[in-house]
Design a protein. Sequence first.
Length: 314
Amino acid sequence: MTGLPATDRVLPGVALMLAFCVLAPLQDVAAKLASATVPVGQITAARFMVQAALMLPVALLMRLPMGLSARFWGLMLARAAVLIVSTYCFVAATQVMPIADALAIVFVEPFLLLILGHLIFGDAVGPRRIAASAVGFAGALLVIQPSLTLFGWVALFPLGTAALFAVYMLITRAMAAEVHPVTMQLHTALVGSAICVPVLLLAQGSGLAEFDPVMPQGRCWLWLFGVGFWAALSHICMTYALKFAPSATLAPLHYLEIVAAVALGFAVFGDFPKPLTWAGIAVIFASGLYIIHRERRVAGQARGAPQAAPAAAE
């Protein structure tokens, strides 16, 4: 497949991105099912432990280099840490909230990424994109407000997931040029496991409801395995989708994940977004797609006039 001309690689990239949008919510479904009997901290640890066990043979079969420089080990530790807390926040939220509601709030992440990219990397961000980010955040508030009334402060956890995942993406960006995606996933899972397991051991018998591990029973083993399995598989799909097709082509497709989340949430748990939630989702979608449109337009202008002065921030 890697030998295909660039124009013929877009379709596999799109197909893999669509696969990600279907598979990623399955991780959330498995986590929500497991959370009925297993602490959120234990589910978070299971995600990294299973993912490490699955990614290790893949990395070995691909004969990928395993070593990292001291600088990248520091970044890897930070990457794993923010992903642990991000995962914990989302699993804790879906324990009581519908998956689609929590995911809709998490979709403010592109707006936060835009702002953080400007602050950290100096990416150009103009008034139009700032305005679109503000509108998108307002859409998230339409989802948060009734959720806050129904579920309490846990409704703010997806905002934590969004902020931390934005940081995770920036760390990934800093490492992507020199670390293979599979190696990056493997090391993140190994470091995540190395952090989570001691926490669970220390919490054993403590009575801390969110961390004191329990022995899974029956199908719960399947749900815990599913959390790591669907996480690994979906992220591999996204990684290779970005290898085959431009991110500007794939970014709008990411919003289809909410469609799969709504369908699975209704099929498995009988959850269906309320009218105000749908309104918030629509606002987030529109704002996100507008930002993607501006990014594609600015990128196109930059490619079309390489000798010209940089386009003004929009």
